[in-house]
Design a protein around this ligand. Structure first.
Ligand code: SF4
Length: 234
């Protein structure tokens, strides 16, 4: 099986397993998605949804956060890992997003009063270009890619530790860090598969290929899986 056939074999199987892959984070506005993604760093989606179910009844946009004030936000998300750090980041990010300078921040919004009004009307503009979004403080590459992928269906690959681990288990890459994995996957995977890859892999990790006790016996990828060969077969 050459590299192209292998990619096709893996992703056709994953798409069959998860034909309509999407995020399991709950949100009702683009800004809420951004907050949910920030909160989800090193935290399960389930835990984030538990917190945001209540939080998002009060928060729709960055202005709500600034009005809501920092202490209450801290209180609301304290069951989340790194909640103090995340509160600080969300609060500071919101302050930036309600400033007029934020319009200038993105190249495509040559500032004007009418654009600014439009921008406020649509719950604060969130760029569909992950490189633009990454310029915002506390938005890292992976966060930016998840946001544009979920909101605008942009075919980019967001690599977290799970996607990194599965890619190495399947020998799609042989890398040491998620960043190296991200670069190689971006280069080698077609746009068609890119639109499925992130969510399919996250769901595959969640329901089949977890760190402990992956369900290898029922996995159809085992014949090409390096992890399986090393740990179960030989
Ligand atoms: S064989 Fe096991 S380790 Fe390999 S991809 Fe499938 S579930 Fe994951």
């Amino acid at each position: 099986m050459n590299k192209k056939e292998k990619i096709k074999f893996i992703f056709d199987y994953l798409i069959k397993l998860f034909p309509n892959p999407k995020t399991e984070l709950n949100y009702y506005s683009p800004f809420q998605l951004m907050i949910a993604v920030i909160l989800s760093a090193q935290t399960t989606d389930k835990q984030v949804n538990k917190v945001t179910d209540k939080l998002f009844k009060k928060i729709n946009n960055p202005l709500d956060i600034v009005k809501f004030w920092e202490k209450e936000l801290l209180e609301q998300i304290k069951s989340i890992w790194l909640y103090k750090w995340k509160t600080k980041n969300i609060f500071s990010l919101s302050k930036i997003m309600i400033s007029e300078d934020y319009c200038l921040f993105f190249n495509q919004l040559k500032t004007s009063k009418s654009v600014y009004k439009l921008f406020k009307k649509y719950w604060y503009y969130i760029s569909n270009d992950w490189k633009e979004l990454k310029r915002l403080p506390w938005i890292w590459e992976k966060t930016a890619k998840v946001i544009v992928h979920v909101l605008y269906n942009v075919p980019v690959i967001a690599v977290d530790t799970h996607v990194h681990r599965i890619s190495n288990r399947l020998w799609l890459v042989k890398t040491k860090t998620p960043l190296q994995t991200s670069k190689l996957l971006e280069k080698n995977i077609d746009n068609y598969y890119k639109q499925y890859l992130h969510h399919c892999m996250i769901l595959f990790w969640r329901y089949y290929c977890g760190a402990r006790n992956p369900k290898c016996e029922e996995c159809k990828l085992k014949k090409i899986c390096n992890y399986y060969k090393k740990n179960k077969y030989w």
